[in-house]
Design a protein around this ligand. Structure first.
Ligand code: HEC
Length: 508
């Protein structure tokens, strides 16, 4: 019941978050459009009043006449409309969602157990939560300092944009090291979103208040307040599209499980900002198709990088061959350059992103080799043993191969018996039980109509693995999720590389 209530709260908060963000971003886009679309006022009277630009619009069956004053209108009305709650609501609901989903389950969602940075991989739950908060805070502090130092008088905005762009590449990279893939995308988006809200909270609104107060006291407002408000608002505008792209990429595991997830993020950020630039210019009357073309090209590059043919093959079956075994006669490139440290290597095998030689796993020949090896119907037993062997051999600390393979075989059999599935007497059939038993053992505690894993009230992502048919139907997704290291989530159920190899070698 408790997890159901949490789920429900999550659902409702998400609704609020999305609605508030739509309202905020919509308003932000509207004002940038308005600002860029202003024309010189036609009437002399307006110009005399101090109107600097105006826009006529028709909307919802009515005609609207917006006017912008160059400095201040003669008399400021008392009921000025202020825009800030949309921004604050978006940030607060987003942060609440983050607490509810990520910070209550840091082991599942936050910790990157496969990080290159050993300290990050070994964070405890509360340390990971603290790291997340510090990450958001430092993101804001660094961005704010860049703005203050590079462009204190809002005169070097071009240089500042470049600095912020470089900073975001750094944020993307560091986030993939500190946090699990999905959280990394979220945190990078959240750094930008936090800067947006903090811009409103610390600069735009206080600046506007100072301006209003000055006008009310009959003083000249400080022009820097206006300029700074504009500068930060322009940043916000370029952040909107990337932030939304990063937030929704959360739902697409192929984006954030890739070894170069940070490159994908950087491409998304620049693509979003570039596409936004097209609309900013369009509202001021310039049509520059090169911007959306460049933006779409960046997204295509990102998708090319994550596309299945470019994605790393399951590494386990082709890694490390100590002696010739079924289908593999030559030592692979990886073997020659293998470090002696067994642990280091096994960490690499789990997560493509940890690999220092990304191309090795991608070699088409390596991929073919492995499928040829595992497809060979004449030697089903050897095939599995070989795959398992190969994986095992990578771990220098492990016992000699034959023993290990036999061990695993025993283990798999034991699992099959345990799981209540009757192994059929033929070796070929028995062979096929392995993956099902493993899914049952490592996945079904979460992925079930009735999850037994605390904190889960329904099968995550809608995938329940309660019976063979369900497992078989989801085979491709299971293999992808296991090969990328994304599943089991946070490796909560402790799936070993050998077991991953069995899933990877699973054929019809
Ligand atoms: C600790 C709980 C947990 C365990 C154990 C677990 N999963 Fe998941 N799984 C999740 C959650 C939560 C999601 C949804 C995450 C998301 O939306 O990205 C998910 C999503 C998935 C998805 C969908 C990913 C996508 O493409 O969107 C697949 C496939 C999957 N899991 C397979 C597996 C397999 C196979 C195993 C066992 C090897 C496994 N999971 C073990 C919690 C778990």
């Amino acid at each position: 019941m408790e997890s159901f209530i949490l789920e429900f709260a999550n659902f409702m908060l998400r609704w609020l978050h999305v609605i508030a963000a739509i309202a905020w971003i919509g308003e932000s886009i509207y004002f940038v459009m308005l600002d860029n679309g202003l024309k010189k006022p036609e009437s002399e009277a307006c110009r005399k009043k101090g109107v600097f630009g105006e826009m006529w619009a028709v909307h919802g069956g009515g005609f609207y006449h917006n006017q912008k004053y160059a400095t201040s209108p003669e008399k400021l009305p008392d009921d000025l409309h202020w825009s800030f709650w949309k921004s604050y609501t978006t940030w607060l609901s987003g942060f609440a969602l983050f607490i509810l989903l990520y910070m209550t389950n840091p082991a599942f969602y936050l910790i990157n157990t496969q990080s290159d940075w050993a300290w990050a991989a070994n964070l405890t739950g509360w340390q990971a939560n603290l790291t997340a908060i510090l990450f958001l805070l430092s993101g804001w502090v660094i961005y704010n300092e860049l703005c203050k130092r590079i462009s204190p008088n809002m005169e070097r905005d071009g240089l500042l944009s470049i600095a912020v762009g470089v900073m975001m590449i750094g944020v993307a990279y560091v986030s993939t090291q500190l946090f699990a893939g999905r959280a990394a995308f979220l945190m990078t988006g959240a750094v930008m979103a936090t800067a947006m809200s903090a811009n409103v909270f610390f600069w735009i609104i206080p600046g506007q208040r100072r301006m209003v107060n000055a006008m009310k006291n009959g003083e000249e407002p400080n022009p820097l307040d206006g300029k700074r408000g504009k500068q930060r608002s322009v940043h916000n505008t370029y952040f909107t599209l990337p932030v939304v792209l990063l937030m929704i990429s959360n739902h697409y595991a192929f984006t954030y499980t890739h070894e170069y997830a940070w490159v994908i993020m950087a491409l998304f950020i620049f693509a979003g900002a570039t596409i936004r630039q097209f609309f900013v210019l369009m509202h001021s009357g310039q049509i520059k198709p090169a911007y959306p073309v460049a933006g779409v090209a960046m997204i295509m590059v990102a998708f090319w990088i994550v596309s299945p043919q470019a994605a790393p093959q399951p590494e386990a079956p082709v890694a490390q061959v100590e002696e010739p075994s079924a289908g593999v006669n030559e030592p692979s490139a990886e073997e020659k350059s293998a470090p002696a440290e067994g642990e280091e290597l096994s960490a690499k095998m789990k997560e493509p992103s940890a690999g220092k030689e990304p191309s090795a796993g991608k070699e088409p020949s390596a991929g073919k080799e492995s499928s040829a090896q595992t497809n060979d119907p004449s030697q089903p037993e050897e095939v599995k043993v070989a795959a398992v062997n190969d994986a095992k051999a990578s771990d220098a600390k492990q016992a000699p191969q034959e023993e290990t393979a036999a061990e695993i075989d025993e283990q798999t059999k034991a699992e099959i018996v345990e799981s209540g599935q009757q192994p059929e007497s033929e070796a070929g059939h028995e062979e096929q039980e392995g993956p099902f038993a493993l899914v049952e053992q490592h996945c079904a505690s979460c992925h079930s109509q009735a999850p037994t894993q605390p904190g889960f009230s329904a099968p995550p992502a809608g995938f329940a693995f309660d019976n063979r048919e369900q497992i078989e139907r989801t085979k491709a997704k299971i293999q992808a999720a296991v090969a990328s290291g994304y599943m089991p989530l946070g490796n909560m159920t402790g799936m070993s590389d050998e077991e991953r190899a069995v899933i990877a070698a699973w054929r019809e």
